[in-house]
Design a protein around this ligand. Structure first.
Ligand code: ADP
Ligand code: MG
Length: 541
């Protein structure tokens, strides 16, 4: 009997499939490509990237997560690496480049082991052990910090901003950042929490970065709704209303048939009275400032102005939340429910001209649990990059205070960690030792890249660094400006421990996840229906 084997198709035509080594290699290549994209931006001497989207919008940035979010990444594994940056951003707010570079390097080291016929499961096991040990070593390495340690907090902020867009005004911005954090931090049973959302960063083009300021309260990019309203209200009693101060359609939904002009007049008067009543209710509560999340009818604006009440409309939900935190007002939906108890307090509410636009300052709030940093700068691009650097500083100080531990930067923590990991590897046998050593090699990418990006010889620097650490100089790091080995702790190059622990845990998680994949099955693109040109093709196609 002749056996004619028919191929069996279990997947539709157009499905792409990579299996085994090909799949692994392709995935590793994609991950390395993402890491290579951001690697040159690492550290104070890192370069910036200019990103231009399809609409021609330009972003110039040095920030890992911003770069990766701006570029259009399609490869599924590359997307997983981008997720690492996003996790780092959510959890810490800084260290996104570090995390991505580390993930890429862990995979590159794994590739070498795969070439030596080490099975992926062995690599995965070794990486897991190494990652666990690394967490333990880092925790031991960390030094204590608390909110009273102003110098340390300033150093953390300055380290975050060195070499970024905020460089020229970093001292000033560091002070503002520390003040902001001190206002919003909460301490319960000795445990500090910082809600990063309660520090609002407002941008205003014009002036210089030096003119940035902090308001113990909220700055709204809003003007008062009516020119007859006071420009400034002291001892403000603030009402927060999240429904429209208008006549709702439903209230006058009935069909109206007007047969003579008097009826029309009566109708208009009725509407006016309803609005006047609404304003009366607000005034009766004692409010002299109103922030409304929705619209305010023109007639209501007029009545509010007549009562000397300052009002803004269409205030965003996040601003409303921050206003509630800053003034301690309770947001009210139904004006019938509004009482004096719901009002918040602010020392002053004022409309101020910044650049050529009017903004509303809600300042001098007692124990404001929400503050605003107004970031100034010559152009939109400059301000955006300064804002990102300030966000990094806020994230780093919060992370340092909530965990209560810091380490020195400039590559020192990494080299110290590598030393510990190699000792650990020596206690293991055979192939797992290989994997743990590979993990240690991967971590060296951070100091190596700092050196490379500073135009220094990475081999010389790494040799010197390792020698210093072997002599017990725990915080020996790189001065990227002089190429000398320094004590990074004494130089005040300080970072939160959490940057390092988070980068290592998410990078090793994603690396092991990618190593476990031996099959990539991608469905083909949907074929276009007959007669229809494929997307983007002219009709005559
Ligand atoms: P990331 O997105 O990972 O935060 P950065 O570009 O902010 O990337 O670079 C962070 C790295 O730069 C860290 O390894 C940090 O220790 C190092 N670094 C920061 N300030 C200095 C400095 N003054 N000298 C040397 N290295 C520094
Ligand atoms: Mg950084």
């Amino acid at each position: 009997m002749t056996s004619q084997i028919q191929p069996i198709f279990i997947m539709p035509e157009g499905t792409q499939r990579d299996t085994g080594k090909t799949a692994q290699r392709n995935n590793i290549m994609a991950a390395k490509a993402v890491a290579a994209t951001v690697r040159t931006t690492l550290g104070p001497k890192g370069m910036d990237k200019m990103l231009v989207n399809s609409l021609g919008d330009v972003v110039v940035s040095n920030d890992g997560v911003t770069i990766l979010e701006e570029i259009n990444i399609e490869h599924p594994v590359a997307k997983m690496i981008v997720e690492v940056a996003k996790t780092q951003e959510d959890e810490v707010g800084d260290g996104t480049t570090t995390a991505v570079v580390l993930a890429g390097e862990l995979l590159k080291e794994a590739e070498d082991l795969l070439d030596k016929e080490v099975h992926p499961t062995v690599i995965i096991k070794g990486y897991r052990q190494a990652a666990e040990k690394a967490q333990e070593l880092l925790k031991k390495m960390g030094e204590d910090v608390n909110e009273t340690d102003e110098d340390m907090l300033r150093n953390i902020a300055i380290t975050a901003m060195t070499g970024k867009g905020a460089e020229q005004a970093k001292e000033k911005l560091a002070d503002l950042t520390i003040k902001a954090i001190n206002s919003v931090l909460e301490k319960e049973n000795g445990k500090i929490t910082v809600d990063r959302d309660s520090i609002k960063l407002e941008k205003k083009v014009g002036g210089s970065v030096d003119e940035s300021e902090l308001v113990e309260g909220i700055i709204l990019d809003k003007e008062k709704v009516h020119s007859g309203m006071p420009r400034k209200v002291t001892n403000a009693k603030v009402a927060l209303i999240d429904s429209a101060i208008e006549i709702k359609n439903t209230e006058i939904d009935a069909k109206i048939q007007i047969t003579d002009p008097n009826q029309m007049q009566a109708f208009i008067e009725m509407e006016e009275k309803m609005l006047r009543d609404k304003v009366e209710k607000i005034a009766k509560s004692g409010a002299n400032v109103v922030f409304c999340q929705k619209g305010i009818d023109d007639i209501a604006q007029h009545f509010l102005a007549k009562k000397g009440i300052y009002a803004c409309r269409r205030v965003s939900k996040s601003d409303m939340d921050n206003l509630a935190r800053a003034t301690k007002a309770k947001t009210v939906t139904n004006l019938d429910d509004l009482t004096a108890d719901d009002l918040g307090n602010a020392g002053e509410v004022e409309e101020k001209k910044i650049g050529d636009e009017e903004m509303t300052y809600v300042g001098q709030c007692k124990n404001a649990k929400a503050v605003t940093m107004l970031i100034r700068g010559g152009t939109e691009h400059v301000i955006d990059e300064v804002k990102r650097a300030v966000e990094d500083a806020i994230g780093d100080i919060s992370a340092a205070l909530t965990v209560g531990k810091v380490v020195a930067g400039a590559g020192s923590a990494e080299v110290e960690l590598v030393k510990g990991l190699r000792n650990f590897a020596n206690s293991l046998s055979g192939r797992e030792q290989l994997a743990v050593n590979a993990f240690a090699n991967a971590i060296e990418i951070i100091p190596r890249t700092l050196a490379e990006n500073a135009g220094l010889d990475p081999i010389d620097i790494m040799t010197e660094l390792k020698a210093a650490h072997d002599k017990g100089r725990k915080w020996a790091g790189i001065n990227v400006f002089t190429g000398k080995i320094i004590d990074a702790w004494k130089e005040g190059i300080i970072e939160p421990l959490k940057i390092k622990t988070q980068a290592i845990s998410s990078a090793s998680e994603v690396a092991t996840m990618i190593l476990r994949i031996d099959d990539v099955i991608a469905s083909g693109k949907e074929a276009s229906p007959k007669g229809m040109p494929p997307h983007g093709m002219p009709p005559e196609y």
